[in-house]
Design a protein around this ligand. Structure first.
Ligand code: ATP
Ligand code: MG
Length: 424
């Protein structure tokens, strides 16, 4: 039997990485153009970090974390998301003392979920966090920046939902109203929700059980219980988004799966990927840094799932530029092979951007030419014993009916430059 990867974990093959690199590169360019700088963080953190930040009564902490004891008996967890580590790193490295930070990071996240299309146990995220910023202006800019990413990638079929969860205090008030409501309809709740009713009632709003839809629809609405400051914050965010021409709907049931959110939360959702429709989600977490032992620092961020982003890119007809070689070097016989090395390395010096593939493993002229064609190269550079003697090679266009040209070795770079320019 063939060896298999761990369930829910995927190899990203070269045909796919071409697209991933292109998509990730575009995202990175946009982030950096808004002044976000990259930070790289460990995949492992102390389990306690996630318990304290994400919250005990959440899907992630209750049942999705990869947690183990290391050889020293310390409990470690493979990161299920990026914000906790980002906040931890901000505190550890003193990045938040009288400073503001606009940071991004990317890489794999791990959650023990039920694997299905668009939902994996190892998946990739691009994470953005603005720490030390409290105004609705940064909330708006983060959303506008994501909209720019969609535009650059040519994505459509994405809609934006936003909500405000208020402050910890206003949430407390709302929580009481909500508990009273759900107590009244107790008999209609499922087992999960009954447990949440005791521990974290707002999470019931996030239930994916279709049987609960009506009960949840009729529940009291968070926005009616916002404190004055949060209300103003949210109204200003909406105004900036309106002025910027960003369409959104206010979804008062949007609570997000993590405990650390305050005020603004949002989600970009697509109908193009079946039921795994959340492509980019985020929110404000004004209390998190302080809760983890740092100085009180308002902050907001979002994370996008790269697998879902790439799928949507493809569903919208997106294509990555091809990575085929420009030239495939066909060298027949020992003398030609030896000469081709020098020729190719000189060419790499002269044209560092050129993609050159040298035929490896010998073979007849015919079989090498076949490989050249299969490689997708624009040109074959052909050398045999005669060519080496004359210090000339044959340059054969592979994607058009053009004539094969004879090019002196020392004119190869110039000839290729002009030929490649002609084919565009
Ligand atoms: P969902 O509602 O789909 O479970 P989530 O609310 O758990 O998403 P977040 O924790 O906010 O997601 O993560 C941010 C983004 O990461 C999501 O919008 C999604 O694109 C992606 N994502 C989350 N979990 C997975 C997963 N298991 N596999 C692939 N992508 C994921
Ligand atoms: Mg989830």
């Amino acid at each position: 039997m063939k060896p298999q990867p761990v369930r829910g974990m995927n190899d990203v093959l070269p045909e796919a990485t071409v697209i991933w690199q292109y998509v990730e590169g575009l995202v990175r360019d946009v982030l950096q153009s808004y002044g976000y700088r990259e930070i790289r963080l460990p995949l492992l953190e102390q389990t306690e970090l996630f318990r304290r930040s994400i919250g005990e009564v959440t899907d992630i902490v209750e049942k999705e974390m990869y947690t183990f004891l290391d050889r020293n008996g310390e409990s470690l967890t493979l990161r299920p998301e990026g914000t906790a580590g980002m906040a931890r790193a901000g505190i550890t490295n003193g990045l938040l003392y009288n400073q503001r930070q606009k940071l991004w990071t990317s890489g794999p996240m791990f959650r023990y979920e039920k694997p299905q299309k668009g939902r994996y146990r190892q998946f990739y995220q691009i994470d953005v966090e603005a720490m030390g910023y409290d105004g609705p202006d940064v909330d708006a800019e983060l959303i506008i920046m994501s909209a720019r990413i969609w535009e650059r990638l040519g994505l459509s079929r994405l809609r934006l939902e936003i909500n405000s969860l208020g402050t910890t205090e206003s949430r407390q008030q709302y929580r009481e109203v909500l508990v009273a409501y759900f107590e009244g309809v107790r008999d209609q709740l499922d087992e999960d929700s009954l447990r949440r009713l005791e521990q974290n009632p707002m999470r019931i709003l996030d239930s994916k059980n279709p049987d609960l839809r009506a009960v949840i629809e009729a529940a009291p609405v968070m926005l009616d219980y916002l404190d004055e400051e949060s209300r103003v914050h949210f109204a200003e965010l909406c105004e900036i988004l309106d002025a910027a021409g960003i369409d959104y709907t206010v979804n008062s049931r949007l609570v997000r799966g993590l405990d650390y959110y305050t005020r603004t939360v949002f989600e970009w959702i697509t109908d193009a990927l079946g039921s795994q429709g959340a492509v980019c989600s985020g929110g404000r977490y004004d209390g998190l840094v302080e809760k983890l032992g740092g100085k009180a620092t308002p902050a907001i961020g979002w994370a996008m799932g790269v697998e879902r982003l790439v799928s949507l890119f493809e569903a919208c007809g997106g294509k990555a530029p091809d990575q085929n070689p420009d030239v495939y070097v066909v060298a027949v016989g020992d003398a030609a092979l030896r000469a081709s090395f020098e020729l190719v390395e000189t060419l790499r010096d002269e044209m560092p951007q050129l993609k050159i593939e040298l035929n490896l493993g010998g073979g007849s002229f015919k079989s090498q030419l076949k490989r050249a064609d299969k490689s997708g190269a624009m040109f074959a550079a052909i050398l045999g014993a005669d060519e080496v003697a004359k210090k000339e090679l044959g340059l054969k266009p592979l994607r058009s009916d053009g004539e094969q040209l004879s090019i002196p070795f020392d004119k190869l770079a110039a000839a290729l430059a002009s030929q490649l320019q002609q084919v565009g």
